[in-house]
Design a protein around this ligand. Structure first.
Ligand code: ATP
Ligand code: MG
Length: 247
């Protein structure tokens, strides 16, 4: 089966900093794939390259077999490839439902949604997804008043609103209370299994990523260091030396 994402020989530098060097990896359909590595190893840069946030210097990025490395964010989003951010990006003066509604333009609706925000079927869908992430009771609360963890859940729900084929999650559990993390893992798995969304997840929390991902890639200094299923990655001496040893 064609991979959802195929990154081949991708390099990206910022001035003198080589953030990614000759990175190749695959995200197969219907699975959860992990991306780990020390701070500054180039994980977020790779996500930014995949979603068209900046041009790459070298290499190829394919989405369902189609070259996308020259497309920009909105074009790639329309194909069904979305990401969430390490720092949440919500509209803090709007309530949760409003945030959900204005997140739709990524896909088919266009900016007209912004001006006709009361389409009942969209409101219903928004409320259903807010319930899915456990925010139904807070749906009319100004989102800036939500806790950081709740804002991350809202951002996840906003991405689901667009029915992505593939969702890139940049540290979904960072800053989330340990007691809520299991609930989040459960929701990510359900989004994968019930909604059929392929997930590509950056995580520093090893318990989370070992539990979630079927296959994990590890970056170090911008280069791919290792790849394998959780059990193998955990015992890979290169990964232990470069990353896990410090945890
Ligand atoms: N827009 C930018 N301009 C200049 N340098 C950048 C830019 N974005 C990233 N970098 C640099 O590229 C390198 C990789 O950064 P990146 O954010 O991809 O790392 P990361 O693996 O996501 O780290 P973390 O785990 O801390 O989030 C770092 O040295 C960083 O300073
Ligand atoms: Mg990062």
């Amino acid at each position: 089966m064609t991979d959802m994402i195929e990154v081949a020989g991708v390099s990206k530098a910022f001035g003198g900093v080589q953030a990614n060097r000759d990175v190749s990896l695959r995200v197969p359909p219907g699975k959860i794939t992990g991306l780990i590595g020390p701070n500054g190893s180039g994980k977020t840069t790779l996500f930014n390259s995949i979603v068209g946030y900046h041009p790459i210097d070298e290499g190829s990025i394919r989405f369902e077999g189609r070259e996308i490395s020259r497309l920009r964010v909105p074009q790639i989003a329309r194909l069904g490839l979305l990401r969430t951010f390490q720092q949440t990006r919500i509209y803090s003066k709007m309530d949760c439902v409003q945030n959900m509604l204005i997140s739709v333009p990524h896909r088919e609706a266009g900016w007209r949604t912004m001006f006709t925000p009361f389409q009942p079927e969209l409101v219903e869908k928004a409320e259903h997804l807010l319930e899915f992430v456990g925010l139904y009771a807070k749906r009319r609360l100004i989102s800036g008043d939500l806790s950081f963890g709740q804002q991350k859940l809202l951002e996840f729900a906003m991405a689901l609103m667009n029915e992505p084929k593939v969702l890139l999650l940049d540290e979904p559990t960072a800053g989330i209370n340990p007691t809520l993390i299991n609930g989040l893992i459960d929701r990510l798995k359900r989004a994968n299994e019930e909604f059929g969304i392929t997930l590509f997840v950056i995580e520093h929390n090893m318990r989370v990523i070992m539990n979630l991902a079927e296959n994990i890639y590890c970056l170090a200094h911008g280069e791919l260091l290792a790849e394998g299923p959780p059990g193998e990655i955990q015992n890979d001496q290169r990964v232990i030396d470069a990353y896990l040893g410090a945890h």
